[in-house]
Design a protein around this ligand. Structure first.
Ligand code: EPU
Length: 428
């Protein structure tokens, strides 16, 4: 086990290159199960979620060759192996194996997914979609069993706008008989990316990126080559770091339209931002203004940036309110920020931040992926040394975070934890 150490206060300057989108990658890899010949995905992030999904692809008889950026996946010899336990429990996105295996084999057994603890994260809308397509779905001892004689297109209205359910239903529907219509679909860029891969494989999908998606089932999907979109949440994390500590930081390999809600909030705080085709220049000012933020489905402010943004707001003058309408309990980072001298209280699904506070270095623990990003940003802003445990959460979603931040001037490094420290973290 390792920890991240940061000596705060260094100004950030230079260019940081964004990797491929984690939340696309974790859907694109299972989507390849639906093809009958090898698929190449370029620009994948080198994160543990991708490596774990690669292992799962191999467990069901596929091959997964990953060089840290490009993966070649051969699904031709895959079998509907049950996956009730083991690695499926390590990540949330293993639920995409349900839709993809159901689509290809008309059956699947997948353990209920793990992932970040952000309060309740039901998958009832995924199951409602599978059932509408003709699958029988049961929950037996913590694993979801899916079986269908055949899958038939259906009209599915999602009660909750869900990224996961939208993608999972697309995966199950692309090889179903007839037309599927998903209404009240999520519109995140990652959904368009998955639809693009599936279309390149031969699927017939219209409307991805709008709230009505139409899928006409096809009999066969074949291998292709696909380039993943840049990670808007990783880009946003570095934009926030730059707003906190940056002189002039260029974020490279980003689609500015994907982070418009963040750009608007940063400008409201006084941060200077310029955009071009695939780069964003962020230059900060000393006296940032407090702002209120409410997380919403895309194109609203992303819940995944709420935690890192809260760290930035500790530096702003005045009172800011951050409300998470997607995950009402996504506030585990707040206690840790308080330990670092932040003035924050949580009321219901809102965090109320009064600033400015000069953060102080401390020993803290990341409880989930984006809490980890929030603590890294806090560490960059703090006086003195910050030590962050729970690095395995950060490694699930950020490729080369330490190297990228060191590359723009941060004093940040990783160290092995001693046995005593590991014990302390486990007991905390
Ligand atoms: N929901 C239901 N029922 C369902 C599905 C979702 O009630 O069947 C609720 C959830 O509890 C939540 C809301 O609907 O309140 C939205 O959930 P959604 O299904 O959109 O989330 P997800 O697909 O499980 C993805 C990302 C998350 C990100 C959310 C919201 C992946 C693998 N994960 O999760 O990313 O926070 O969308 O944008 O794509 C992260 O990257 O740190 C992360 C947690």
């Amino acid at each position: 086990m390792e920890k991240i150490k940061i000596i705060g206060g260094d100004p950030l300057q230079g260019m940081v290159k964004v990797s491929g989108a984690k939340n696309s990658a974790v859907a694109l890899i299972p989507a390849t199960i639906l093809a009958d010949s090898p698929v190449t995905i370029e620009g994948l992030p080198n994160i543990s979620d991708v490596r774990i999904l690669g292992d799962l692809i191999e467990e069901i008889g596929g091959t997964f060759h990953f060089d840290g950026k490009k993966a070649v996946i051969d699904p031709s010899n895959m079998v509907p192996m049950p996956l009730p336990n083991g690695k499926v429990k390590k990540l949330r996105a293993s639920y995409y194996l349900m839709g993809a295996m159901l689509g290809r084999f008309k059956k699947a057994v997948v353990g209920l997914p793990g992932g970040c603890h952000l309060g309740p994260r039901p998958i009832d809308q995924h199951i409602k979609g599978f059932e509408a397509l003709g699958a029988k779905v049961t929950n037996e001892q913590g694993a979801i069993y899916l079986r269908a004689e055949e899958l038939r297109g259906a009209r599915i209205f999602l009660d909750v706008v869900s990224v996961g359910a939208t993608i999972n239903i697309m995966l199950a529907a692309v090889r179903a008989k007839g037309r599927t219509i998903i209404e009240n679909a999520a519109k995140e860029p990652e959904i368009i990316d998955v639809a693009t891969l599936l279309s390149n494989m031969g699927a017939n999908i219209k409307g991805a990126g709008t709230d009505v998606i139409r899928i006409d089932g096809v009999e066969k999907l074949s291998g292709c080559r696909h380039s993943i979109i840049p990670d808007r949440i990783e880009a946003g994390t570095y934009m926030i770091a730059a707003a906190a500590m940056g002189k002039e930081v260029i974020i490279d390999n980003v689609i500015p339209q994907h982070v418009e809600s963040l750009i608007a909030k940063l400008r409201e705080m006084g941060v200077h931002i310029e955009t071009s085709d695939d780069q964003i220049l962020v230059s900060s000012i000393p006296d940032l203004k407090a702002v209120d933020v409410k997380t919403l489905v895309y194109p609203g402010f992303p819940t995944d940036l709420q935690q890192p943004f809260t760290s930035l707001l500790t530096k702003a003058h005045g009172t800011s309110v951050v409300t998470d309408t997607i995950y009402s309990a996504r506030f585990k980072h707040i206690d840790e920020l308080r330990r670092m001298n932040a003035n924050i209280k949580v009321e219901g699904c809102s965090a109320i931040i009064t600033g400015p506070s000069q953060l102080q270095g401390a020993k803290v623990k990341a409880s989930d992926l984006r809490a980890g990003a929030a603590l890294v940003i806090a560490g960059l802003m703090a006086e003195g040394l910050t030590e962050i445990a729970g690095v395995e959460h950060i490694d699930r979603g950020y490729s080369n975070l330490v190297e990228k931040l060191a590359g723009i001037g941060a004093t940040i490094w990783r160290e092995k934890m001693t046995d005593e420290e590991i014990e302390q973290v486990k007991n905390a």
